[in-house]
Design a protein around this ligand. Structure first.
Ligand code: NAP
Length: 339
């Protein structure tokens, strides 16, 4: 056990359920006592925590695949930090761990929920992104869910984001015939082509997605990796070739909607084209973890795979980071840094 532990730390609470776009008044940064870890637990000083689009769903009081955040309780989510006190075998002061108690400065983490990570292999923040949950989502969603095969033409939306940027590059590395991405700014579009090696990319604000996609993939697409939903999904259905496959990973365009969003108007094309449209949850694909880490570590080392991170400094900016993510202020993984 370490001697001088902090007596209190700050943590973000949800205090009201947002209607539409989250507002600052829906959240509060509160001071909470910090105590020595109980039996089987460690006390972690968080260095980085993740803000993710799925957290918007957890702010609603609806039944879903993850329970809603409780009002007036600390929010949670992916985080990496340093063990500053240990009351658990196998974890020592100074160890770095990945765990699920983000949105706070200090976390008392049960040892079985803490995964040791090595800061000498990759920067700690990478375990929240390229080597973590969003990287595995891209890997599993492309290779397992979409059954990607060499020669496929792939379209990914949200392509400059944490998941999307990895999907496009993984497809390129594994021999896609064409990789197309869409993103929300010209700067992001440039990054996709010039740094990530996409064959074509477009800014979805520039005109109808259906037209821009058709121009970017004149021979159609075989795989659509959906991060956005709405107009993007409809356009993809229109461009998909026979036996095309869609991984429905996210539908961020509707996360703040106050009315149910209309479905794609061209869904009947699914029949003649024999399309497969499949939803995914990354948590179903834990068995791929060793293969994923091996492949991605190799591609990072060879320079074939690149990634970006957007850091927002300071726990007090946690809400701004989250809303910024929903607005597209991030390039690559959005991370709140407390280091
Ligand atoms: N199913 C799963 O297990 C799983 C796991 C992880 C993530 N996801 C989903 O995957 C998607 C990407 O997540 P991420 O963590 O990688 O986030 P991200 O892409 O790094 O960040 C979100 C991005 O969404 C884009 N966006 C926001 N509103 C949009 C709109 N109306 N239309 C088009 N794009 C919009 C913004 O980029 P622009 O500037 O390009 O607009 C923003 O940067 C999300 O839908 C998320 O829910 C699913």
């Amino acid at each position: 056990m370490s001697a001088a532990l902090p007596t209190s730390g700050r943590e973000w609470h949800l205090v009201a359920r947002p209607h539409g776009w989250p507002k600052a008044e829906d959240f509060a940064l509160r001071e909470a006592p910090v105590t020595a870890p109980r039996e089987g637990r460690v006390l972690v000083r968080n260095l980085h925590f993740s803000v993710d689009p799925y957290m918007r769903g957890r702010m609603n009081d609806v039944k879903s695949y993850t329970p809603p955040f409780k009002l007036d309780h600390p929010m949670d989510g992916g985080a990496v930090g340093e063990v500053i006190a240990s009351n658990a075998e196998g974890l020592a002061v100074g160890d770095h761990v990945l765990h699920g108690l983000g949105w706070r400065e200090y976390a008392e983490v049960p040892a079985e929920h803490a995964v040791k990570v090595d800061a000498s292999i990759a920067p700690l923040s990478a375990y929240l992104g390229v080597l973590g949950m969003t990287g595995l989502t891209a890997y599993a969603g492309l290779f397992e869910v979409a059954s990607f095969k060499e020669g496929d033409a792939v379209f990914v939306s949200g392509a400059a984001g944490a998941v999307g940027s990895q999907v496009g590059q993984m497809a390129r590395i594994k021999g896609a015939s064409r990789v197309v991405g869409s993103a929300g700014s010209d700067e992001k579009v440039k990054l996709l082509v010039e740094e990530y090696g996409f064959d074509a990319a477009f800014n979805y604000h520039d005109g109808p997605v259906v037209e821009q996609l058709r121009a970017a993939a004149p021979d159609g697409i075989d795989v659509y990796f959906d991060n956005v939903g709405g107009e993007h999904l409809e356009a993809a259905i229109s461009s998909l070739n026979v036996h095309g496959r869609v991984t429905v990973c996210g539908m961020i365009a509707q996360y703040n909607a106050t009315e149910p969003a209309p479905g794609p108007r061209n869904l009947a094309l699914v029949i003649g084209k024999r399309l497969r449209i499949q939803g995914m949850l990354v948590s179903d694909h834990a068995a791929l973890q060793p293969q994923f880490v091996q492949d991605v570590a190799g591609w990072l080392a060879s320079g074939e795979l690149k990634y970006r991170e957007t850091f927002v400094e300071g726990i007090e900016n946690g809400f701004d980071a989250f809303v910024g993510l929903l607005r597209g202020e991030n390039t690559g993984k959005m991370i709140v840094s407390l280091a």
